[in-house]
Design a protein around this ligand. Structure first.
Ligand code: AMP
Length: 427
């Protein structure tokens, strides 16, 4: 009996060509992270569900894969990394010198409706900068995201805001924490029911919220926001903070747009927030999201430790690189060794073994294992774009030689067995 079992909805298989491409893109991102002095960490695939109930927000909770283990613990597959990294910091890294510059690259799990650019298992590559609370660290994180995309040749649009402006306004208007989060979610989703919701739930000046979130543009927008919010001191402080970050972005020539409607779905943000979009992707254009969260770690370890970070939606970044047709090196087999008949197999195995030992990590070397004739083996080598075929035949062996065929040039030459290592060193 055969049983046809398909992959679970929202998951994907990655074939070797795809993985070669994804690894290449990942490397280009990580080399920029490392240039900035970030160090790699790994977080667990599952955590206690409570970790994400603290402050990851309604949107994340709704989509979590939650389950009970055999010990009755309520666990979940991680839906995002920031809460896990903060938990890890609180549990393992409090004694370390700050700032901590950390990065991760791993899959996240969210029970969402799958569509192009939206999966139930998807990869995020992100960073967290733990310790400092100033505009330089905010600007560092933004410039890191921007340079990583530049390193991949991705043109992108950076949109930036300060969550304190909206939150402080809502607080001044008498909106409690829970309702604030509800309103932030509606703003984040650009939900058309926002206006009615505000009318019903915010007693006074609710129009100010609508006016504020419509502000979008260059630095001059800050002057308009300052005018609009002149009676709200704490909002003005947030605007000032945002201005200091924008000043640095101006020095280092990073282009941005201020968008006062950026609310971010995740509830832990307290300061600057940003999103990066790539227009090639249409409706799922957001490839990066991040911001400052100064109170999440405190909840986990009773020590006030500010932090800022972001995550790339790696699958979407890969998609943009593909759509842009970026040049990247082709993965090819270097050498296929083919015995002409079973009689030469032992010599062929010895040759493969010696090449592998001499070129670890430098050349890929395989032995023909499907009992193909020489003609079929050459056809196969062509089809997989092998660079060289080494033909091990009886007559050559009698003279201590083998035939090396350069598949790109179609040229054959006979080489002494002792000279093979040198031949490939030079090639
Ligand atoms: P978030 O953690 O929600 O701020 O998301 C950060 C980035 O991850 C987004 O900008 C997206 O690029 C990506 N992302 C979020 N959810 C998904 C998903 N279901 N499938 C693929 N990418 C996603």
């Amino acid at each position: 009996m055969t049983m046809k079992i398909k992959k679970a909805r929202g998951t994907r298989d990655f074939l070797p060509e795809e993985m070669w491409f994804r690894d290449f893109v990942e490397k280009k991102i990580i080399e920029v992270f490392e240039t900035f002095g970030y160090r790699k960490i790994m977080i667990p695939t599952f955590e206690h569900s409570t970790l994400f109930k603290i402050k990851s927000g309604e949107e994340i909770l709704e989509h979590m894969y939650t389950f009970k283990d055999k010990g009755g613990r309520e666990l979940c597959l991680r839906p995002e990394a920031t809460a896990s990294v903060c938990r890890m910091f609180a549990e393992e890294m409090r004694g370390e010198k700050k700032p901590l510059r950390l990065y991760y690259s791993c899959p996240m799990f969210r029970y969402e409706e799958p569509q192009r650019g939206r999966y139930r298992e998807f990869w995020q590559i992100g960073i967290e900068l733990i310790g400092p609370k100033n505009e330089y660290s905010d600007a560092e994180v933004i410039s890191l995201a921007s340079l990583a995309l530049k390193n991949l040749g991705i043109t992108h649009k950076l949109e930036i805001n300060h969550i304190g402006i909206l939150r402080n306004l809502l607080r001044d208007l008498g909106v409690d924490q829970k309702l604030q989060s509800r309103i932030m979610t509606l703003i984040d989703k650009k939900d058309p029911s926002l206006e009615d919701f505000l009318k019903k739930n915010v007693k006074k000046d609710w129009e100010k919220i609508l006016e504020l979130i419509q502000l979008r543009g260059g630095k001059e927008i800050l002057a308009r926001a300052t005018e609009l919010l002149s009676d709200h001191k704490s909002c003005l402080l947030s605007i000032e903070e945002l201005k200091r970050i924008l000043d640095i972005l101006d020095y280092i020539e990073i282009e941005y747009e201020v968008d006062m409607s950026i609310a971010r779905g995740l509830e832990y943000y307290t300061g600057m927030v940003f999103e990066i979009k790539a227009e090639e992707l249409g409706s799922q254009s957001q490839i990066c999201g991040g911001g400052r969260y100064d109170s999440l770690i405190e909840i986990l370890c009773n020590e006030k430790v500010p932090a800022v970070g972001f995550a790339f939606g790696f699958d979407r970044v890969v998609e943009v690189v593909k759509l842009k047709g970026l040049n990247f090196p082709e993965k090819r087999l270097d050498i296929l060794v083919v015995p002409v008949s079973e009689e030469e197999r032992k010599d062929a195995i010895k040759l493969v073994n010696s090449l592998r030992n001499n070129f670890i990590g430098k050349l890929s070397v395989t032995l023909e294992l499907m009992n193909r004739s020489l003609r079929k083996a050459l056809e196969y080598a062509n089809s997989i774009k092998a660079r060289y075929v080494i033909i091990v035949g009886k007559r050559d062996l009698e003279k201590g030689k083998v035939t090396i065929k350069n598949m790109d040039l179609g040229k054959e030459e006979k080489i002494n067995l002792e000279e093979i290592t040198n031949f490939f060193k030079e090639a």
